[in-house]
Design a protein around this ligand. Structure first.
Ligand code: GLC
Length: 481
């Protein structure tokens, strides 16, 4: 099957969050399936242009029309991708070059990604790459199914389009003037994109895509409810017949405690005690916590934003510290109020709390490896990847049973049996505290059961093999209709 994938980020070239990880592993997993030919389209951001390790060649150049605008698009092909995926970067200096290095958050983001979405389709035409399916991701590429339906269908007869929601919170809003002045779509698309008198690109995609997916089975169900859908519950309900949840995997080659070059020691599921203890001691030293082998180290690698459940941690932490013996280590950046809270907490408890307010992939790996318990109390979580990274590195998760956390971390009982981690059901600081304390109790009082749980977590298959097969089944379903 010929598969075109379009996204606003993809590791290892450019990544700001989980979408970047998925766009590293999913194309590769699909390409590994016999008979598939995968092309990945990404914007050519300044950060990519300025990275000498990314080698490209110019293969096509043309102009993209956006209403009265004619904007240059250069198609740069990556020359040294080992797994067979064809990677194409869309170059336009004005939209993606210079700026201040930030990939999102510019005043004209709507226009930038409208350009990108159209340029992807024009690139497929120019390259004579006629896909069986186009898979696109989040609001930044949400105009692809709409443009496909409005303009490109005659050029690509039979091409089907899947739209994948990684996070429904970001929908791609613009004022109605954008519809005429930038998109200039035929009038019948006005009502498709219109939401409360403004343009909502994600709504358009949900309506025009042949199939819609999201990144876990539970989140697909949750999206039917206003609490999770951020205003799109009605739109989702109407599209319910074409919505499926496929739970993400992780890149088990990149995230591998046997080989990860960022780690001071390596280990595997059958023999982890020594290696993991070395990683813990080195981590405690690296972040300035006392080296205590028997004090449980609670860790979090997260964006410091509300939906990650930090308010529960802020609420419960002093109480937890007063009642239990543990250390806490947090890595991440985000909202000022949370950054300040954790800096202050680390100042107040220098021997028990460390806060690294920064973005550091190497340290993130060392935390997955050196931690004992991984906290992820997210308010909502479409899938979440770091809980899987943590389990792969033998760090036991404590999670709020929502979205992908519910699907990837079935709850254990007080003996650490029957699941993969500790869970709490309602979004509540005291229930969270209780789940953390149950986990601490297992650590202190039943160390062999805790070790057995580690071994179980490390043995779970979080690879992309199964999810990739599920994508294939949906692709086949689209193409046979
Ligand atoms: C978004 C979601 C996260 C998901 C990721 C990859 O970042 O918030 O839950 O794991 O996309 O699909």
């Amino acid at each position: 099957m010929r598969i075109a994938i379009a996204a606003s980020e993809g590791a290892p070239y450019i990544k700001s969050g989980g979408l970047g990880d998925v766009m590293e592993a999913l194309p590769s997993a699909l390409q590994r399936i016999d008979g598939n030919e995968v092309a990945l389209f990404l914007p050519y951001y300044g950060k990519i242009r300025n990275n000498p390790a990314i080698k490209t060649e110019l293969v096509k150049a043309f102009y993209v029309s956006l209403s009265w605008r004619q904007q240059y698009a250069g198609i740069l092909r990556l020359t040294d991708r080992a797994d067979g995926v064809q990677v194409y970067f869309i170059d336009n200096l004005y939209y993606f070059g210079g700026r201040d290095g930030a990939i999102y958050g510019h005043g004209d983001d709507s226009e930038r990604f409208a350009f990108f979405s159209k340029a992807c389709l024009d690139a497929m035409v120019a390259l004579n790459f006629k896909p069986d399916v186009i898979q696109c991701n989040d609001w930044q590429t949400a105009l692809i199914p709409t443009f496909l339906s409005a303009y490109y269908a005659p050029l690509f007869p039979g091409t089907k389009c899947m739209f994948t929601i990684h996070n429904i919170e970001y929908q791609g809003w613009a004022d109605m003037g954008f519809f005429d002045d930038t998109l200039a779509l035929p009038q019948e698309y006005r009502s498709i994109l219109d939401m409360n008198g403004a343009v909502n690109m994600m709504k358009g995609a949900i309506e025009t895509a042949h199939l819609v997916t999201t990144v876990s089975e539970s989140y697909a169900k949750e999206l039917m409810y206003p609490y999770f859908a951020h205003g799109l519950d009605g739109v989702i309900a109407k599209a319910g017949w074409k919505l499926t949840g496929i739970t993400n995997g992780i890149d088990t080659n990149t995230f591998n405690p046997e080989t990860d070059p960022a780690l001071p020691a390596h280990y595997h599921k059958k023999a982890f005690r020594r290696g993991k203890a070395q990683c813990k001691a080195a981590l405690q030293e690296e972040v300035g916590l006392p080296k205590k082998a028997d004090t449980p180290l609670l860790v979090m690698v997260t964006r410091l934003v509300g939906h990650k459940g930090l308010d529960l941690l802020c609420y419960a932490i002093e109480n937890l510290l007063a009642r239990n013996d543990f250390q806490l280590l947090i890595l991440g950046t985000g909202d000022q109020k949370f950054e300040d809270f954790f800096r202050h907490l680390a100042d107040k408890y220098p021997d028990r709390v460390a806060a690294k307010i920064t973005f550091n992939l190497g340290l993130a790996s060392r935390i997955y490896a050196g931690g004992d318990i991984y906290l992820m109390p997210s308010k909502s979580e479409p899938c979440g990847l770091s809980q899987m990274n943590a389990m792969r590195y033998g760090t036991v998760p404590v999670v709020h049973a929502t979205g992908g956390l519910r699907d990837t971390v079935p709850g254990v009982d007080e003996n650490g049996e029957g699941g993969l981690g500790f869970t709490f059901q309602s979004y509540n600081g005291d229930d969270f505290r209780q789940a953390v304390e149950s986990c601490l109790r297992l650590y202190h009082e039943k160390p062999e059961a805790f070790k057995a749980l580690i071994a179980k977590d490390m043995s779970e298959d979080f690879s992309w093999n199964q999810p990739a097969q599920k994508y294939m089944a949906l692709f086949a379903q689209m193409c046979n209709n």
